[in-house]
Write a protein that binds this ligand. Structure first.
Ligand SMILES: *Cc1c(COP(=O)(O)O)cnc(C)c1O
Length: 370
């Protein structure tokens, strides 16, 4: 099959460029140990308690999961003190992002809005779904200009994505500003859903007040996305969830493939919600590591952007090597971080907070390289 007749929106897709894998680098450079600080994964790995749960539930892998994931919905409703009818669960929050587009938007008619740069899944899924992406540049300090974002939005815009804390910068807007934007959005485009992506909110200094979900002030035209990939350490199991307004979740469940969340993922997620000790330990090690890395990078002359997430964006000192060169030199030393060329930020790098020894190895490698 020559595939000459594929839709243009599919033919023009680039392959997703993820962080490099540990095995690739280990083989390429013939290294015994490789440290990965590229994909904002949990520095403590997978909780030992959850490993036990997954092993204990392994015999049930021959069963289909229960459609609608009612037990996890129940547990999440309890966790957030909200009505379980508002909850959507997906194979990663990526699935929810994609399905919201398919549920709320008509191809070639509707648009989505987001900042530039932002999490790449929003514009990529928009393209796949035949939707225009309206983009508003971040301010030069990577903070959000909500008024400018609002100007990009009109009656055709059905979804507006705001990431807080933001990826790749770590910037976290004040919750009052997000709420004010939601209010203005409801006037300008009543049909547009504000999607607040809180993938990294657990790492923010005062999540209880910084998150509109946690503080119970979620605007009526807003949804919140959360994930088990970061603070819960389950990125490989693919579990995300959303809190959606009105009866949108009921359409979500009708549109979602019935078994997209696998049975082991569901069991692990339910157990993770009760694994307080692991989550607290994660948040503690991330906050300490963030401080350690920011101080260490600043000491060797890097500019480090303030981050409320489990990663830091930084720029090398003037007159030193390029970001791409630094990235390659780190690889040769067995440390994988993230280049930001795909975010259109070729002079910047992003490093995920590792555990204590990984952070130390990274700073020592950077000192040697610069
Ligand atoms: C990591 C991340 C997610 C989580 O995606 P999953 O599909 O749940 O793993 C969502 N949004 C942003 C901005 C992220 O960086």
């Amino acid at each position: 099959m020559p595939h000459t007749d594929l839709p243009g929106r599919i033919r023009s897709l680039d392959a997703y460029s993820p962080g490099l894998s540990i095995d690739e680098i280990r083989q390429k450079y013939n290294l015994p140990v490789v440290i990965k600080m590229a994909s904002n994964e949990n520095p403590l790995g997978c909780s030992p308690l959850l490993q036990q749960v997954i092993a204990r539930k392994a015999p049930y892998a021959f069963r289909y999961p229960q459609s609608g994931n009612p037990r996890l919905c129940e547990a999440l409703a309890e966790r957030h003190k909200i009505d379980k009818a508002k909850i959507a669960i997906g194979n990663g929050s990526d699935e929810i992002i994609d399905l919201l587009m398919r549920i709320l938007c008509e191809p070639r008619k509707h648009s989505i809005a987001c900042f530039e740069p932002c999490f790449s899944i929003y514009p990529i899924q928009a393209q796949i779904n035949g939707l225009e992406t309206r983009r508003c540049a971040l301010k030069s300090d990577f903070s959000f200009d909500f008024d400018k974002l609002l100007e990009k939005i009109d009656g055709s815009t059905r979804l507006c994505f705001v990431t807080t804390p933001d990826n790749p910068s770590g910037y976290c807007p004040e919750p009052e500003k997000v709420a004010e934007f939601a209010q203005k959005l409801s006037v300008r485009a009543p049909e547009c859903l504000l999607v607040i992506d809180e993938a990294y909110m657990d790492f923010a200094p005062n999540a209880g007040t910084t998150s509109l979900l946690e503080s119970g002030k979620l605007p009526a035209n807003a949804a919140v996305l959360r994930t088990f990939s970061k603070s819960y350490g389950l990125a490989g199991l693919r579990i995300g969830y959303g809190i959606l307004p009105d009866d949108l979740a009921s359409y979500y469940w009708r549109a979602r493939l019935p078994f997209s969340l696998n049975i082991l993922a569901e069991e692990a997620a339910i157990a993770a919600l009760e694994d307080y000790a692991f989550r607290e330990a994660t948040i503690k090690i991330v906050r300490e590591g963030r401080k350690f890395l920011a101080t260490g990078l600043a000491r060797i002359g890097c500019h480090v952007w303030p981050s409320a997430a489990n990663f830091l964006m930084f720029k090398l000192p003037k007159n030193s090597i390029s970001a791409a060169e630094c990235f390659e030199k780190l690889l040769a030393k067995g440390i994988i971080i993230r280049k930001l060329a795909s975010y259109n930020l070729p002079d910047k790098l992003r490093v995920s907070i590792g555990n204590t020894s990984e952070n130390l190895a990274f700073i020592e490698a950077m000192e040697a390289i610069l």
